[in-house]
Design a protein around this ligand. Structure first.
Ligand code: ARG
Length: 415
């Protein structure tokens, strides 16, 4: 290379064991200057401590960025409007965070004149795909390095490497689980959870009470939506992040949001994934309840298919695609009238919709009622049904009359 000085790599840095080891490993194996970036989308506690730690471990420069609001407003809210739930179970917390992290990584690489970016994902998961695909879309000239995918060290070997180079091993690293969290959810993997027959032990949970230990009295919450996104809790208008954090506490103490999913990873592996997603569980359910009130049956049915497509896009790392943007166009339009309030009863692990209202409601009491005030003209139904049944009647007569007794008393096809 004709470049003067060392090349630079921007590493997505969490402060955990793998990315701490990666600072040293990148410097040694790629002879590059390492610049770290700690992106806080809501799961990071001591951002400044993490930033300092990277410098101590040999990073040339160390940055931290607070992207919590951007994460909620530009990623989570889109997923809510879309009703995104991978395989009907996983609210996609980690999957939504990766493209944002990749985007910030690319931005910093451009600002710092780096030739490469790096992340701590292994070669077995979905996260490597999400990082790599996003970088390929946004900064195709950048080299992508995934140390953990390359070095082939086991957990113990990584810890040994850390000891050898005096890299502090976080207490968490010795815990039996691998955890990732942001306000949209928390995931727990590894250890005994890898046996899908074993019930998850209580110690994997941090955000949710065991349903059996949750309060005996139900707790009610009213969630206000505007154009498909949550805007208030119990009548109090709140910013997205604060609303979700508050609801995580409320639903969590009622034992809501535990998910045990046998998940189909993009790389072909089936893996047992446990999640805690109290706010996501309540919000997604409430959102569907409001859509049922404000969208026609044709819209609802088509949107279900869009939801599945959108979930796959998020899960499979295709966030920065024209396809996703096109679907956003449809989804945003579909949400124009998804405004109103949903009343939820939270009780011992259950979250039940017990009320809903909207200024754009398609529910019409005078049409639905069986009591006085009925405006539905029942005599219209008979003619409607005759026409509705017409194709069936014609087809049955022409093709499907199998049980007409044939002459001589034997059963047979009428021909
Ligand atoms: N299975 C989930 C997903 O693929 C969670 C992944 C959690 N990632 C992690 N590095 N712990 O999105």
């Amino acid at each position: 290379m004709a470049r003067k000085g060392k090349q630079k790599v921007v590493l997505a840095y969490s402060g955990g064991l793998d990315t701490s080891v990666a600072i040293k490993w990148l410097a040694d194996n790629y002879k590059m200057d390492v610049i770290t970036l700690c992106v806080n989308i809501g799961g990071v506690k001591d951002v400044e401590g993490i930033r300092q730690k990277a410098l101590k471990l040999g990073a040339l420069k160390s940055f931290a960025v607070d992207s919590r609001d951007e994460f909620i407003d530009d990623y989570v809210f889109k997923a809510i409007k879309a009703d995104a739930l991978y395989e009907g179970q996983y609210p996609l917390a980690t999957a939504l965070g990766r493209p944002l992290m990749a985007k910030l990584l690319v931005d910093l690489a451009h600002m710092e004149g780096a030739s490469a970016v790096a992340h701590g994902s292994t070669g077995k998961g979905n996260d490597q795909v999400r990082f790599d695909v996003s970088v390929l879309a946004l900064g195709p000239e950048l080299k992508i390095i995934a140390p953990a995918r390359e070095w082939g060290m086991t957990r113990d070997e990584t810890i040994e490497y850390a000891h050898k180079y005096k890299i502090p091993v976080p207490v968490k690293a010795s815990r039996p689980y691998s955890i990732d969290e942001n306000p949209w959810g928390r995931s727990i993997e590894c250890g005994i959870l890898e046996d899908p027959w074993r019930e998850p032990p209580e110690d994997i949970y941090e955000w949710t009470k065991s349903p059996s230990e949750a309060p005996d009295r139900p707790e009610y919450v009213e969630i206000g939506f505007e154009a498909g996104v949550p805007v208030s809790l119990n009548g109090k208008v709140m910013e997205g992040l604060a609303l979700i954090e508050k609801l995580n506490v409320m639903a969590g103490r009622n034992g809501i949001g535990r998910i045990d999913h046998l998940e189909s990873r993009l790389v072909g592996i089936k893996s047992r994934e446990n999640y805690e997603a109290p706010a996501a569980t309540v919000i997604l359910k409430s959102h569907l309840a409001l859509e049922a009130m404000t969208m026609s049956r044709h819209q609802l049915r088509f949107k279900e298919r869009v939801a599945q497509e959108y979930s796959d896009i998020i899960y499979n790392g295709l966030w920065f695609s024209a396809h996703r943007e096109d679907l956003d166009g449809y989804i945003d339009s579909s949400q124009r009238y998804v405004t109103g309030t949903v009343r939820v009863k939270m009780h011992k692990g259950n979250c039940v919709i017990v009320g809903r209202k909207s200024p754009h409601s398609l529910y019409n009491f005078q049409l639905a009622t069986y009591d006085r005030g009925d405006l539905f003209d029942q005599s219209d139904s008979a003619g409607f049904i005759r026409i509705w049944a017409l194709p069936l009647k014609i087809q049955a007569q022409a093709q499907l009359i199998t049980f007409k007794p044939a002459k001589g008393g034997k059963k047979g096809r009428s021909k």
